[in-house]
Design a protein. Sequence first.
Length: 435
Amino acid sequence: MITKWRARPLILIGTTVLLTVSFISSGAAQASNDSEVLKQITLDNSSAGRLADTLKQDAAGFGGIYFDKKSQRYVITTPSIDKFDAIAKKVQSISSSTQTVQQFPVEVKTAKHSSADLNAIVDKLRDPANELRLRLGDTLTDWGIVASDNKVRLDVTRLDTSIVDFADQRYGDAVEFRATDANRVATRTDKVNSVVRVATTKTTSATKAAKLDAAPDRFLDGVPYWAGDRIGYYSNGVVTQCTSGFVAQAGMFTAGHCFDQNVTVEQGYVSGGTFYTTGNMGAVTARAWGNNQTDAESIDPNASNPPGYVAPAVYVTDNDALPEHAISSTISGSSFCTDGSFTGENCSGIIDIVQGCALIENFTVCGIDTGYSSNGSRLVQHGDSGGPVEVHDTTGGLIVLGVISAGNVGDETNPGPGNNVLFSDAQFVCQINVC
Protein backbone atom coordinates (compact mmCIF):
# COMPACT_ATOMS: atom_id res chain seq x y z
CA MET A 1 0.00 0.00 0.00
CA ILE A 2 1.28 3.48 -0.87
CA THR A 3 1.45 5.88 2.01
CA LYS A 4 1.89 9.00 -0.10
CA TRP A 5 0.87 9.89 -3.63
CA ARG A 6 1.05 13.19 -5.43
CA ALA A 7 -1.85 14.04 -7.72
CA ARG A 8 -1.02 13.97 -11.44
CA PRO A 9 -3.07 15.10 -14.47
CA LEU A 10 -4.36 13.04 -17.35
CA ILE A 11 -3.04 14.09 -20.75
CA LEU A 12 -2.33 12.34 -24.01
CA ILE A 13 1.25 12.43 -25.24
CA GLY A 14 -0.07 11.60 -28.66
CA THR A 15 -2.25 14.68 -29.04
CA THR A 16 -1.28 17.98 -30.60
CA VAL A 17 -0.65 20.59 -27.93
CA LEU A 18 -0.17 24.32 -28.27
CA LEU A 19 2.67 25.69 -26.19
CA THR A 20 2.79 29.31 -25.05
CA VAL A 21 6.07 30.02 -23.28
CA SER A 22 6.30 32.21 -20.20
CA PHE A 23 9.16 32.57 -17.78
CA ILE A 24 9.09 32.64 -14.01
CA SER A 25 12.20 33.18 -11.93
CA SER A 26 12.66 32.67 -8.23
CA GLY A 27 14.43 36.05 -8.17
CA ALA A 28 13.53 39.52 -9.40
CA ALA A 29 15.50 39.28 -12.63
CA GLN A 30 13.57 38.46 -15.79
CA ALA A 31 14.59 36.75 -19.01
CA SER A 32 15.28 38.82 -22.10
CA ASN A 33 12.47 40.14 -24.26
CA ASP A 34 13.35 37.57 -26.91
CA SER A 35 12.52 34.84 -24.43
CA GLU A 36 9.46 36.48 -22.93
CA VAL A 37 7.74 37.17 -26.22
CA LEU A 38 7.79 33.83 -27.99
CA LYS A 39 5.32 33.01 -30.70
CA GLN A 40 2.94 30.15 -30.03
CA ILE A 41 3.99 26.83 -31.53
CA THR A 42 2.17 23.55 -31.87
CA LEU A 43 3.60 20.18 -30.86
CA ASP A 44 1.95 17.09 -32.26
CA ASN A 45 2.24 13.35 -31.51
CA SER A 46 5.57 12.75 -29.78
CA SER A 47 6.82 16.35 -30.01
CA ALA A 48 6.61 16.84 -26.26
CA GLY A 49 8.85 13.81 -25.87
CA ARG A 50 11.28 15.15 -28.46
CA LEU A 51 11.42 18.42 -26.53
CA ALA A 52 12.42 16.51 -23.40
CA ASP A 53 15.15 14.65 -25.32
CA THR A 54 16.51 17.92 -26.71
CA LEU A 55 16.63 19.61 -23.32
CA LYS A 56 18.47 16.65 -21.77
CA GLN A 57 21.42 17.32 -24.07
CA ASP A 58 22.42 20.19 -21.78
CA ALA A 59 22.20 18.30 -18.48
CA ALA A 60 24.05 21.00 -16.55
CA GLY A 61 21.62 23.70 -17.66
CA PHE A 62 18.47 21.62 -17.44
CA GLY A 63 16.55 20.61 -14.32
CA GLY A 64 13.65 18.59 -15.67
CA ILE A 65 10.32 18.66 -17.47
CA TYR A 66 6.93 17.57 -16.19
CA PHE A 67 3.23 18.26 -16.54
CA ASP A 68 1.67 20.16 -13.65
CA LYS A 69 -1.97 19.41 -12.87
CA LYS A 70 -2.72 22.54 -10.90
CA SER A 71 -1.53 24.99 -13.54
CA GLN A 72 -2.39 22.70 -16.48
CA ARG A 73 0.90 23.30 -18.21
CA TYR A 74 4.25 21.77 -19.00
CA VAL A 75 6.94 23.01 -16.64
CA ILE A 76 10.61 23.14 -17.60
CA THR A 77 13.11 23.82 -14.83
CA THR A 78 16.67 25.12 -15.03
CA PRO A 79 19.24 25.94 -12.34
CA SER A 80 20.18 29.17 -14.09
CA ILE A 81 18.11 32.07 -15.38
CA ASP A 82 20.86 32.56 -17.96
CA LYS A 83 19.59 29.39 -19.66
CA PHE A 84 16.10 30.77 -20.33
CA ASP A 85 16.95 32.04 -23.81
CA ALA A 86 18.59 28.76 -24.82
CA ILE A 87 15.59 26.79 -23.58
CA ALA A 88 13.25 29.10 -25.49
CA LYS A 89 15.13 28.45 -28.73
CA LYS A 90 14.92 24.70 -28.20
CA VAL A 91 11.18 24.97 -27.62
CA GLN A 92 10.87 26.95 -30.85
CA SER A 93 12.90 24.35 -32.77
CA ILE A 94 10.32 21.61 -32.26
CA SER A 95 8.43 20.76 -35.45
CA SER A 96 5.07 22.46 -35.77
CA SER A 97 1.73 21.23 -37.09
CA THR A 98 -1.28 22.96 -38.58
CA GLN A 99 -3.57 20.78 -36.49
CA THR A 100 -4.90 22.45 -33.33
CA VAL A 101 -6.06 20.35 -30.42
CA GLN A 102 -6.09 21.00 -26.68
CA GLN A 103 -3.76 23.81 -25.66
CA PHE A 104 -1.23 23.75 -22.86
CA PRO A 105 1.24 26.55 -22.07
CA VAL A 106 4.86 25.98 -21.15
CA GLU A 107 6.38 27.62 -18.11
CA VAL A 108 10.10 27.85 -17.41
CA LYS A 109 11.16 28.06 -13.77
CA THR A 110 14.41 28.12 -11.90
CA ALA A 111 15.23 25.11 -9.73
CA LYS A 112 18.13 24.36 -7.41
CA HIS A 113 19.46 21.14 -8.90
CA SER A 114 20.54 20.38 -12.45
CA SER A 115 19.68 17.18 -14.25
CA ALA A 116 23.42 16.41 -14.30
CA ASP A 117 23.69 16.63 -10.51
CA LEU A 118 20.57 14.54 -9.92
CA ASN A 119 21.59 11.89 -12.44
CA ALA A 120 24.95 11.63 -10.71
CA ILE A 121 23.14 10.57 -7.52
CA VAL A 122 21.00 8.09 -9.46
CA ASP A 123 24.16 6.58 -10.93
CA LYS A 124 25.92 6.38 -7.55
CA LEU A 125 23.03 4.33 -6.21
CA ARG A 126 23.62 1.74 -8.93
CA ASP A 127 26.66 0.59 -6.96
CA PRO A 128 25.68 -2.08 -4.40
CA ALA A 129 28.58 -0.79 -2.24
CA ASN A 130 27.11 2.73 -2.06
CA GLU A 131 26.79 3.51 1.64
CA LEU A 132 23.22 4.78 1.50
CA ARG A 133 22.18 1.74 -0.49
CA LEU A 134 23.94 -0.54 2.01
CA ARG A 135 22.04 1.07 4.86
CA LEU A 136 18.74 0.65 3.06
CA GLY A 137 19.42 -2.99 2.18
CA ASP A 138 16.46 -4.88 0.71
CA THR A 139 14.04 -2.12 1.76
CA LEU A 140 15.01 -0.14 -1.38
CA THR A 141 12.69 -0.86 -4.32
CA ASP A 142 13.43 1.80 -6.96
CA TRP A 143 14.84 5.28 -7.41
CA GLY A 144 15.04 8.09 -9.92
CA ILE A 145 14.42 11.77 -10.56
CA VAL A 146 11.03 13.27 -9.73
CA ALA A 147 11.05 16.33 -11.99
CA SER A 148 8.27 18.17 -10.16
CA ASP A 149 10.24 17.99 -6.88
CA ASN A 150 13.66 18.55 -8.47
CA LYS A 151 14.95 15.68 -6.34
CA VAL A 152 16.01 12.05 -6.51
CA ARG A 153 13.36 9.93 -4.82
CA LEU A 154 14.08 6.58 -3.23
CA ASP A 155 11.07 4.29 -2.82
CA VAL A 156 11.40 2.01 0.19
CA THR A 157 9.29 -0.57 1.99
CA ARG A 158 10.30 0.84 5.40
CA LEU A 159 12.50 3.62 6.69
CA ASP A 160 14.02 4.87 9.91
CA THR A 161 15.10 8.39 10.82
CA SER A 162 18.80 7.53 11.04
CA ILE A 163 18.85 6.75 7.31
CA VAL A 164 17.03 9.97 6.52
CA ASP A 165 19.59 11.89 8.58
CA PHE A 166 22.47 10.13 6.81
CA ALA A 167 21.02 10.91 3.37
CA ASP A 168 20.56 14.54 4.37
CA GLN A 169 24.17 14.81 5.45
CA ARG A 170 25.46 13.12 2.30
CA TYR A 171 23.16 14.54 -0.38
CA GLY A 172 21.36 17.47 1.25
CA ASP A 173 17.92 18.34 -0.08
CA ALA A 174 18.56 16.58 -3.40
CA VAL A 175 17.14 13.31 -2.02
CA GLU A 176 13.71 12.35 -0.67
CA PHE A 177 12.03 9.10 0.36
CA ARG A 178 8.62 7.52 -0.14
CA ALA A 179 7.14 4.42 1.47
CA THR A 180 5.72 1.93 -1.02
CA ASP A 181 5.18 -1.77 -1.70
CA ALA A 182 7.81 -4.22 -2.88
CA ASN A 183 8.08 -4.86 -6.62
CA ARG A 184 8.01 -8.27 -8.26
CA VAL A 185 8.19 -9.35 -11.88
CA ALA A 186 4.80 -9.93 -13.48
CA THR A 187 5.34 -13.36 -15.04
CA ARG A 188 2.92 -16.23 -14.43
CA THR A 189 3.68 -19.95 -14.21
CA ASP A 190 1.16 -22.79 -14.59
CA LYS A 191 1.54 -26.54 -14.41
CA VAL A 192 0.07 -28.33 -17.43
CA ASN A 193 -0.62 -31.92 -18.40
CA SER A 194 -0.85 -31.49 -22.16
CA VAL A 195 -0.08 -29.18 -25.08
CA VAL A 196 -2.66 -28.78 -27.87
CA ARG A 197 -1.98 -27.08 -31.20
CA VAL A 198 -4.89 -24.95 -32.46
CA ALA A 199 -5.19 -23.84 -36.09
CA THR A 200 -6.26 -20.21 -36.65
CA THR A 201 -6.55 -17.87 -39.58
CA LYS A 202 -6.63 -14.08 -39.48
CA THR A 203 -8.10 -11.52 -41.82
CA THR A 204 -7.73 -7.79 -41.29
CA SER A 205 -9.68 -4.91 -42.72
CA ALA A 206 -9.65 -1.18 -42.21
CA THR A 207 -12.71 0.16 -40.42
CA LYS A 208 -13.61 3.45 -38.81
CA ALA A 209 -11.01 4.82 -36.37
CA ALA A 210 -8.45 2.57 -38.07
CA LYS A 211 -9.56 -0.36 -35.94
CA LEU A 212 -8.32 -3.78 -36.99
CA ASP A 213 -10.70 -6.73 -36.73
CA ALA A 214 -9.45 -10.27 -36.29
CA ALA A 215 -11.21 -13.60 -36.30
CA PRO A 216 -8.86 -14.85 -33.55
CA ASP A 217 -8.09 -12.96 -30.30
CA ARG A 218 -5.16 -12.18 -28.03
CA PHE A 219 -5.34 -15.68 -26.49
CA LEU A 220 -5.37 -17.69 -29.73
CA ASP A 221 -4.08 -15.32 -32.36
CA GLY A 222 -3.30 -15.91 -36.02
CA VAL A 223 -0.47 -14.81 -38.28
CA PRO A 224 0.55 -12.03 -38.38
CA TYR A 225 0.86 -12.02 -34.59
CA TRP A 226 0.16 -8.74 -32.78
CA ALA A 227 1.35 -7.07 -29.61
CA GLY A 228 -0.76 -7.72 -26.54
CA ASP A 229 -0.87 -11.45 -27.36
CA ARG A 230 -0.52 -13.96 -24.56
CA ILE A 231 2.73 -15.86 -25.03
CA GLY A 232 4.42 -18.73 -23.22
CA TYR A 233 7.24 -21.23 -22.99
CA TYR A 234 6.64 -24.88 -22.10
CA SER A 235 9.26 -26.91 -20.25
CA ASN A 236 8.95 -29.98 -18.01
CA GLY A 237 5.23 -29.64 -17.43
CA VAL A 238 5.31 -25.91 -16.66
CA VAL A 239 4.35 -22.96 -18.86
CA THR A 240 5.80 -19.51 -18.17
CA GLN A 241 3.36 -16.90 -19.46
CA CYS A 242 3.97 -13.28 -20.45
CA THR A 243 2.58 -10.76 -22.98
CA SER A 244 4.04 -9.52 -26.28
CA GLY A 245 4.93 -5.82 -26.16
CA PHE A 246 5.48 -4.06 -29.49
CA VAL A 247 7.00 -4.78 -32.88
CA ALA A 248 10.72 -4.52 -33.53
CA GLN A 249 12.16 -4.33 -37.02
CA ALA A 250 12.66 -8.09 -37.09
CA GLY A 251 10.26 -9.39 -34.47
CA MET A 252 8.44 -8.65 -31.21
CA PHE A 253 9.62 -7.15 -27.92
CA THR A 254 8.68 -8.43 -24.48
CA ALA A 255 10.26 -8.29 -20.99
CA GLY A 256 13.80 -9.65 -20.67
CA HIS A 257 13.02 -11.63 -17.53
CA CYS A 258 10.33 -13.67 -19.32
CA PHE A 259 12.37 -16.16 -21.37
CA ASP A 260 16.00 -17.24 -21.65
CA GLN A 261 18.17 -16.54 -24.69
CA ASN A 262 17.39 -18.79 -27.71
CA VAL A 263 14.14 -20.09 -26.19
CA THR A 264 11.31 -20.61 -28.72
CA VAL A 265 8.24 -18.68 -27.59
CA GLU A 266 4.75 -19.98 -28.32
CA GLN A 267 1.60 -17.92 -28.77
CA GLY A 268 -1.28 -19.30 -26.74
CA TYR A 269 -2.78 -19.64 -23.29
CA VAL A 270 -3.27 -22.11 -20.43
CA SER A 271 -6.65 -23.39 -19.30
CA GLY A 272 -7.66 -26.47 -17.31
CA GLY A 273 -4.17 -27.93 -17.26
CA THR A 274 -3.71 -27.64 -21.04
CA PHE A 275 -1.48 -25.26 -22.98
CA TYR A 276 -3.33 -24.30 -26.16
CA THR A 277 -0.94 -22.85 -28.74
CA THR A 278 -1.29 -21.54 -32.29
CA GLY A 279 2.42 -21.90 -33.05
CA ASN A 280 5.74 -20.26 -32.27
CA MET A 281 6.13 -16.50 -32.48
CA GLY A 282 9.88 -16.85 -32.77
CA ALA A 283 13.01 -17.32 -30.69
CA VAL A 284 14.69 -14.93 -28.24
CA THR A 285 17.70 -13.60 -30.14
CA ALA A 286 18.52 -10.43 -28.18
CA ARG A 287 18.08 -10.03 -24.43
CA ALA A 288 18.75 -7.40 -21.76
CA TRP A 289 18.22 -8.64 -18.20
CA GLY A 290 20.62 -8.29 -15.29
CA ASN A 291 22.64 -5.71 -13.39
CA ASN A 292 22.78 -2.26 -14.99
CA GLN A 293 20.68 -3.39 -17.93
CA THR A 294 17.07 -2.72 -18.80
CA ASP A 295 14.41 -5.47 -18.85
CA ALA A 296 13.64 -6.35 -22.47
CA GLU A 297 14.17 -8.97 -25.13
CA SER A 298 13.41 -9.43 -28.80
CA ILE A 299 11.51 -12.47 -30.10
CA ASP A 300 12.46 -12.90 -33.74
CA PRO A 301 10.64 -15.24 -36.15
CA ASN A 302 12.55 -18.38 -36.98
CA ALA A 303 14.08 -18.70 -40.45
CA SER A 304 11.27 -21.06 -41.45
CA ASN A 305 8.62 -18.41 -40.85
CA PRO A 306 7.73 -16.06 -43.73
CA PRO A 307 8.09 -12.26 -43.69
CA GLY A 308 5.22 -10.49 -42.02
CA TYR A 309 4.94 -13.09 -39.25
CA VAL A 310 4.37 -10.24 -36.79
CA ALA A 311 2.74 -6.89 -37.51
CA PRO A 312 2.60 -3.46 -35.79
CA ALA A 313 -0.81 -3.65 -34.16
CA VAL A 314 -1.77 -3.92 -30.49
CA TYR A 315 -4.75 -5.67 -28.89
CA VAL A 316 -6.64 -3.13 -26.77
CA THR A 317 -9.44 -5.58 -25.94
CA ASP A 318 -9.44 -9.37 -26.08
CA ASN A 319 -10.69 -9.21 -29.69
CA ASP A 320 -9.88 -5.79 -31.17
CA ALA A 321 -6.58 -4.09 -31.98
CA LEU A 322 -5.32 -0.68 -33.04
CA PRO A 323 -2.30 0.09 -35.24
CA GLU A 324 1.03 0.98 -33.67
CA HIS A 325 1.83 4.44 -35.04
CA ALA A 326 4.94 5.59 -33.20
CA ILE A 327 7.31 5.19 -30.28
CA SER A 328 7.69 8.12 -27.88
CA SER A 329 9.65 9.38 -24.91
CA THR A 330 7.84 9.71 -21.60
CA ILE A 331 7.20 12.81 -19.50
CA SER A 332 6.58 12.75 -15.77
CA GLY A 333 3.00 13.67 -14.93
CA SER A 334 1.52 12.48 -18.22
CA SER A 335 -0.98 9.67 -18.60
CA PHE A 336 -0.48 6.18 -19.99
CA CYS A 337 -2.20 2.83 -20.47
CA THR A 338 -0.94 -0.61 -19.52
CA ASP A 339 -2.13 -3.48 -21.70
CA GLY A 340 -1.16 -6.86 -20.27
CA SER A 341 -2.95 -9.93 -21.60
CA PHE A 342 -4.30 -10.81 -18.14
CA THR A 343 -5.34 -7.36 -16.88
CA GLY A 344 -6.30 -5.88 -20.25
CA GLU A 345 -5.92 -2.22 -21.15
CA ASN A 346 -6.15 0.26 -18.26
CA CYS A 347 -5.61 3.94 -19.07
CA SER A 348 -5.61 5.31 -15.52
CA GLY A 349 -1.80 5.37 -15.26
CA ILE A 350 0.24 8.47 -14.43
CA ILE A 351 3.99 8.51 -15.14
CA ASP A 352 6.11 9.27 -12.10
CA ILE A 353 9.85 8.55 -12.38
CA VAL A 354 11.35 8.52 -15.90
CA GLN A 355 14.39 6.38 -16.77
CA GLY A 356 15.29 5.47 -13.21
CA CYS A 357 16.50 2.20 -11.66
CA ALA A 358 14.90 -0.55 -9.61
CA LEU A 359 15.86 -3.62 -7.63
CA ILE A 360 14.06 -6.47 -9.37
CA GLU A 361 14.81 -10.11 -8.54
CA ASN A 362 18.12 -9.01 -6.91
CA PHE A 363 19.23 -7.19 -10.08
CA THR A 364 19.82 -3.46 -10.44
CA VAL A 365 17.66 -2.84 -13.51
CA CYS A 366 17.80 0.60 -15.13
CA GLY A 367 16.06 2.47 -17.94
CA ILE A 368 12.90 1.94 -15.87
CA ASP A 369 9.88 4.26 -15.72
CA THR A 370 7.47 4.06 -12.79
CA GLY A 371 3.79 4.89 -12.69
CA TYR A 372 0.69 4.56 -10.59
CA SER A 373 -3.05 4.34 -11.09
CA SER A 374 -4.86 7.65 -10.62
CA ASN A 375 -7.96 5.84 -9.35
CA GLY A 376 -6.34 2.94 -7.51
CA SER A 377 -7.35 0.33 -10.09
CA ARG A 378 -5.13 -2.54 -11.19
CA LEU A 379 -2.52 -1.74 -13.83
CA VAL A 380 -0.62 -5.02 -13.71
CA GLN A 381 -0.81 -8.62 -12.48
CA HIS A 382 1.09 -11.86 -13.03
CA GLY A 383 1.19 -12.75 -16.73
CA ASP A 384 1.30 -9.11 -17.90
CA SER A 385 5.11 -8.95 -18.08
CA GLY A 386 6.30 -7.66 -21.43
CA GLY A 387 2.92 -6.18 -22.35
CA PRO A 388 2.74 -2.79 -24.06
CA VAL A 389 2.63 0.54 -22.28
CA GLU A 390 0.93 3.01 -24.60
CA VAL A 391 -1.16 6.11 -25.19
CA HIS A 392 -3.90 6.65 -27.77
CA ASP A 393 -3.30 9.26 -30.44
CA THR A 394 -5.98 11.35 -32.15
CA THR A 395 -6.06 9.29 -35.35
CA GLY A 396 -7.18 5.96 -33.93
CA GLY A 397 -3.73 4.51 -33.30
CA LEU A 398 -1.29 3.98 -30.46
CA ILE A 399 2.02 5.49 -29.39
CA VAL A 400 4.21 3.00 -27.55
CA LEU A 401 6.12 4.04 -24.42
CA GLY A 402 7.65 0.75 -23.28
CA VAL A 403 6.99 -2.78 -21.98
CA ILE A 404 5.74 -3.90 -18.55
CA SER A 405 8.43 -5.17 -16.21
CA ALA A 406 7.17 -5.41 -12.62
CA GLY A 407 4.86 -3.92 -10.02
CA ASN A 408 3.32 -4.43 -6.60
CA VAL A 409 1.79 -7.69 -7.82
CA GLY A 410 2.67 -9.79 -4.76
CA ASP A 411 3.14 -13.53 -5.09
CA GLU A 412 1.11 -15.63 -7.51
CA THR A 413 -0.56 -17.32 -4.53
CA ASN A 414 -1.06 -14.01 -2.69
CA PRO A 415 -1.56 -11.28 -5.33
CA GLY A 416 -0.93 -7.64 -4.59
CA PRO A 417 -3.10 -4.68 -5.71
CA GLY A 418 -1.10 -4.05 -8.90
CA ASN A 419 -1.77 -0.30 -8.85
CA ASN A 420 1.94 0.55 -9.19
CA VAL A 421 3.85 -0.51 -12.29
CA LEU A 422 7.44 -0.45 -13.49
CA PHE A 423 8.08 -0.56 -17.23
CA SER A 424 11.14 -0.59 -19.44
CA ASP A 425 11.39 2.74 -21.26
CA ALA A 426 11.10 2.34 -25.04
CA GLN A 427 14.30 4.30 -25.61
CA PHE A 428 16.22 1.58 -23.76
CA VAL A 429 14.18 -1.30 -25.23
CA CYS A 430 15.05 -0.13 -28.73
CA GLN A 431 18.76 -0.39 -27.95
CA ILE A 432 18.63 -4.20 -28.05
CA ASN A 433 16.99 -4.37 -31.50
CA VAL A 434 16.05 -1.81 -34.12
CA CYS A 435 12.54 -0.46 -33.55
